[in-house]
Design a binder for this molecule. Structure first.
Ligand SMILES: Nc1ncnc2c1ncn2[C@@H]1O[C@H](COP(=O)(O)OP(=O)(O)OP(=O)(O)O)[C@@H](O)[C@H]1O
Ligand SMILES: [Mg+2]
Length: 231
């Protein structure tokens, strides 16, 4: 479904991605792990066209490297950035409605269905989204992206700074999304939910993928974990 080959990216003169290679099959949940600053967010931003990519990015067999972000989104790629960028003065409901890509062609996810799934959001449906807690804002951002009916959703560090109970809920939400048929590329720093919900994990170091395998294989590989993950 997604095939990334020899992907390079730069910020000015700094060479951040140094030949990233990986693939993701339809229906898979794949986590991209690695320490702070190794280039995980840059990878998803390059795929999404927010950072200019060099190399090949194929989505459903078609090259998307070099397309503008809105065109990439229209092809079925959803992106949940790491900064939980809700519109604080709009209501929760209006935030969800903003995720709809084509109002004339209703997608498979409905605002009411999101509210039914998340009592926390339903309670605040008509309040400004700015009053939500960090975890609720994260859920709202993910639900808003779902409203655009993505076939593959890339979610950047959804659990950062959240309490363990909320982290567990976010993990469950991602599993629910995957069970509804959406493929997932999850960027994480913590191993916790990534190891629980992923079919495969990728570890990034120095702008390249340095490990690819199942969560069990990563759990068994002390050397990789020590060199590239443990702080
Ligand atoms: N807009 C930018 N301009 C210049 N350098 C940047 C920019 N964004 C990121 N970088 C640098 O690029 C490198 C990779 O950043 P990236 O955001 O991809 O890391 P990451 O793996 O997502 O880690 P984290 O989210 O923990 O920061 C880092 O050294 C970072 O300082
Ligand atoms: Mg990041």
């Amino acid at each position: 479904m997604l095939e990334v080959k020899d992907l390079h990216a730069y910020y000015g003169k700094s060479h951040i991605l140094n030949g990233v290679n990986f693939h993701l099959e339809e229906g898979e949940v794949v986590s991209l792990l690695g320490r702070n600053g190794v280039g995980r967010s840059t990878t998803v931003k390059s795929i999404m066209g927010e950072v200019p990519p060099q190399g090949s990015i194929r989505f459903r067999g078609k090259e998307i490297a070099g397309l503008p972000s809105h065109a990439i989104a229209r092809r079925g790629l959803g992106y949940v950035p790491e900064d939980r960028d809700i519109f604080p003065t709009l209501t929760v409901r209006q935030n969800l409605e903003l995720g709809i890509k084509n109002p004339r062609k209703p997608g498979k996810w409905k605002v009411q269905q999101m509210l039914d799934m998340f009592p926390n959001l339903a309670r605040r449906a008509d309040s400004p989204a700015g009053v939500l807690s960090g975890g609720e804002k994260q859920m709202l951002t993910m639900c808003r992206t779902l409203m655009g009916d993505p076939e593959l959703m890339m979610i950047d560090e959804p659990t950062e700074g959240l309490a363990p109970l909320i982290v567990k809920q976010i993990g469950e939400l991602i599993s629910d999304i995957a069970n509804a048929g959406v493929s997932i590329l999850l960027v994480e720093q913590k191993l916790s939910i990534a190891m629980d919900i992923s079919h495969r994990v990728l570890v990034m170091g120095h702008g390249q993928i340095v490990f690819e395998g199942t969560p069990e294989e990563l759990r068994a590989d002390d050397a990789i974990r020590k060199e590239w993950l443990e702080v």
